[in-house]
Design a protein around this ligand. Sequence first.
Ligand code: MIC
Ligand code: SF4
Length: 640
Amino acid sequence: MGLNLTYKILKNSLLSGELKAGNEICVRTHQTLTQDSTGTMVYLQLEALGITNKKTELSVAYIDHNTLQAGFENADDHEFIKSAAMKYGIIYSKPGNGICHQLHLERFAVPGKVLIGSDSHTPTCGGMGMIAIGAGGLDVAIGIAKGSYYMKCPKVLNVKLSGSLKKGVSAKDVILKVLEILSVKGGVDYVIEYSGEGVKSLSLTDRATITNMGAELGATTSIFPSDEITKKFLVMQGRENDYIEMSSDGDAIYDKVIEINLSDIEPLVAKPHSPDNIEKVSNIKNMKIDQVAIGSCTNSSYTDLMKVAKILKGKTVHPDVSLVISPGSSNILRMLANNGALADLISAGARILEASCGPCIGMGQAPKTDAISLRTFNRNFKGRCGTKSADVYLVSPETAAVSALKGYLTNPMDDETDLNITLPEKFDVYDGYFIYPPKDRTGLEVVMGPNIKPFPINKKLANSTDGKILLKTGDNITTDDIMPSNAKLLPFRSNIPELSKHCFNTIVDDFKNRSDINDGGFVIGGDNYGQGSSREHAALVPLYLKVRVVIAKSFARIHKANLINSGIIPLEFIDSNDYNILNEFSNIQFPNIKMELENKRDITVRIVDLNKEIKVLFRGSERERNMLLAGGALNYAMED
Ligand code: MIC
Ligand code: SF4
């Protein structure tokens, strides 16, 4: 029987374990990427691991999130990351060069290889036919140090595409369609593999838009075959030698198949406050908008921005709308400048930001109170834009641009502009923003400013533990809820004590206080607890606040790995009705937690106030159990 593309690459990269869905496997990490908001932790952890050299073929440290330098903190972080990159043989991408995923796709992604990145949208490079997985910082640090990555062998869901997109409909609408079908948890434990005739009608950056936002499905990653279109993109980037053709075998088997005819898709929108809350643009009438933001790792390619420039050319943005545009890379921005498209954008009244994440992570451009903001981004979680009362709608660049002109959410299918974009034969590549490590790196030391504080490390697991339930949450809690991120907080990504004052602040304002009074305790969650970002701060900060266990109905993949890495035990309900009897501020006890975990038994929870016992369970590998017993991944790695 034939292999699908996912298993072909995993097989070629397998270091240990059996390729069987659900098993733990260890794969070779050919490449890693970090960005600055998670990167400081990665390099602090590399320091703690005491290595001297990276074990990957290529590692890149990007600066793209914390580029607003309102104080010394972000600049200190950049300097620290640069010095660590030079010390360990890692390429450093200066601020202003662009968004890590867009840059990696343009300059480094190689079909058939494995990339691990400390950012949940690392799957963007799956558009290039590589296995590209988002992971917590410590897993990436270990990936750099050892050249390997442990993961749960995924199931593979095949999305078979036929037809081609109608004018005004774009790749963003395709992934919004997939989100409508599968929901924010429909991809959990799967790699989403695209195939079929329809694939040929999608450009490389269209494919990257789709794999990028596969993160919102909870998927391990998403992947497209590497074909003539991939080759054309690599030739354009002057990287034709990186091309190899890769696709699934004709008789490949999949765990699940869904079919989508691209010709049936209409422009779609994800309504507040979840990327799977999908509606047709044509069904929302008379929705006045205040802000339009175009960019992010989902939709900031040359083609996307050229389409926007064509729509805006010779017209003026509606007087009540603020339009901001952040290009994906410095090369894209320079090409727009050289071909006149940048002038078209500015003449229409757009505000041009530097090539970075910008408003996507609340780094400026927070909209006004109660605003309606249309964004070409990938997440519209409440408060993420920096304004709690704002409603964010996720749309394609075409929908965003026509709506910015009209002042209302508008269907781009009604716009007459010719949206055919001819790609240049050669990208205008300038690599000067990349700083390469010197050949002789002896004696290089890292530079740490005063904002860089040590990160918390857990202790070996005790025989028993007890205390209060500090918080009980509902379903689909995001890492933005657990550890919010915005222009005020991002400067403290290397300062856990400072961040801890804001833990769970989108849900309650006094979590730190609750924890301080009770000397830590426990958190109860619903389904898909910890979806969204890869930020391990959502585990490190609770660790600092002495959260010992989280019990949930189910966990999102990266967050669960981050909890285990920090030695916080993620437990799942056996009977989901038990969720209803655990109340905020109840006292609970885990009388035999160590012995039960060691012996793979169900874990006993005694609810003191009700004088009742329930059983919960730990779902994880032997290695993960041992990590929890050791008090987290670092302690475990040191024991090794
Ligand atoms: C995000 O989109 O939420 C981020 C910011 O890129 C995060 C990383 C982080 O929190 O630093 C992600 O997606 O992993
Ligand atoms: Fe940056 Fe936004 Fe992409 Fe995260 S989702 S990497 S914040 S552009």
